[in-house]
Design a binder for this molecule. Sequence first.
Ligand code: GAP
Length: 445
Amino acid sequence: MDKIVSLCRRRGFVFPSSEIYGGIGSTYDYGHYGVLAKNNIRELWFQTMVQERDDMVALDSAIILNPRVWEASGHVGGFTDPLVDCRTCKLRFRADKLDEAQCGRRPSKHPGEYSECDLTEARQFNLMFQTHVGALEGESSLAYLRPETAQGIFVNFKNVLQIARRKPPFGIAQVGKSFRNEITPGNFLFRMREFEQMEMEYFVLPQDAEQWFQYWVEERFRWYLNLGLRESHLRKREHEASERSHYSSATTDLEYLYPIGWSELEGIANRGDYDLTQHTQHSGAKLEFVGEDGERYTPHVIEPAVSIDRILLAFLVDAYDEEIVAERQRTVLRLHPRVAPVKAAILPLIAKNADMVDRARSLYQELRKGQIVEYDDGGAIGRRYRRQDEIGTPFAFTIDDQTLEDDTVTVRDRDSLAQERLPLAGVRNWLGDALERPWQTPKPS
Ligand code: GAP
C-alpha cells in the first residue's frame, strides 16, 4: 500500500485533502491523473449499466434530502457502528474491529492489550454527518449529508415509473458523492469519509428477486474481469445472516485481495421491498407498481453498490508492477487501456529538431480531439517512456528520423515493450482500435 500511496502522490493522482493545514482525516483530493482515471471508471460503469441496456434509466438526486427520508430508511435509528473510547490514549475504536485496530502506544498493539488501556463500554455512534438548512439552527433545520445515494432513487420511484413509463424489471442508476463519519477510516482510498458511489436499484417482481440477485452478482463479477482484474484476486463472499444490513435478505460481496487482505470492493444486496414499503408508510405516497390490468404489487429491489474510490484502489493495486529492464528498474502501472488516464504519449525523439517537433505536435493536435493524450519533449527518450509507464500510458508514438523520410512512426507497447512502425496517417484509427481490443494483464496471478 505504501508504494501505491507514494506513486499516487508523486505523480499527482491523489493528494491528502487540505494538506497545507495538516489535512483532515481520510479525505483526499484527486489530481489530474486521478480525475482522468475516475472519469474512465465512471464512464465504463455507466456504459455497461445504462447506455448498453434497455431496462435502465439514470438519476442524479440531491445530496441533502428531507431528513424524514433518513428516518424512514432506518439510517437515523440504525446507521451506527459500536464505538469505544480509550480514556488513557484518547483514541476511538470500532468495538467490533478491535482486533484490526492499532492502539496509540508504542510498540503498537490492539486496544485493550496494554494493562494501561482503559476502554469505555461500547455505545452506538451514528455515521451520518449532520448539517443545518437555512439561516436558523435548531431541531427543525437539522439535515444530513447522504450516507448512500440509494435513498434518492427510492424516493423518486414514482416519478420514474410515471414519467419514464417503466415497468419491472427495470433499474435506476446513479453516481454521486456519499458521506460517512467513519470511526476508523484509513487504508488510503479504501475507507474515506467522503467518497463517490455508483449504485443501481433494480426493481423486480417479488417472485423473481432471487434469480435477479444471482444475475447481478455474476454481471458485476464479470465486469471486473473484463477490465482486466486478476481472477485470483477477486472472489464472491456471501454474508452470514448476522452481518447483513437491516434492509437486506441476502448480500454477496465482491472482494478484492487488497494489501490489507480480502476486503469488500462491491456489495450486491437483495433489499426486498424494505425501502419502498418504508417510504410508503412514512410519506403516504404509494410506491407500488400498478399494471394496465389492475395488478398491483411492491417491487423487490436488487442493488449493486460500489465506490469509484475502492475500484480505483483495486485497479491501482492490481496494476502496480516493478521490473528490471536494461539493468534499470522500471515502475509500471499495467492498467487496462480503457482505465488508464492517458491513452498515448506523443514523443519527438529529438526535442531540438524542429521538423520532428512539428510532426509530433500536429499528431498530438489530431489525437487529442478523440482521446486524452500527452505530448512530451522533456529529457531523454528513456526517461520520457518511464514517466509514461508510471502513470500507465499504454502506447507511445515516437517521431524520429525515419518519420521525416517515410511518414511512419514507432508505437511502443507499455506491457511487452514491443515496437512496430505505423503510417502516420493511420495512427488515429490504430489507437481507436487498440483501445477497443480485449486486454489481459501480463502480471502473474
Ligand atoms: N446502498 C448500499 C450501501 O451503501 P455499503 O456496503 O455500505 O452499501 C456500498 O456501501 C459500497 O460503497 C461499498 O461496497 C464500497 O465500495 C463503497 N463504500 C462504502 N463505504 C465507503 C467508504 N467509507 N469509503 C470508500 N468507499 C466506501
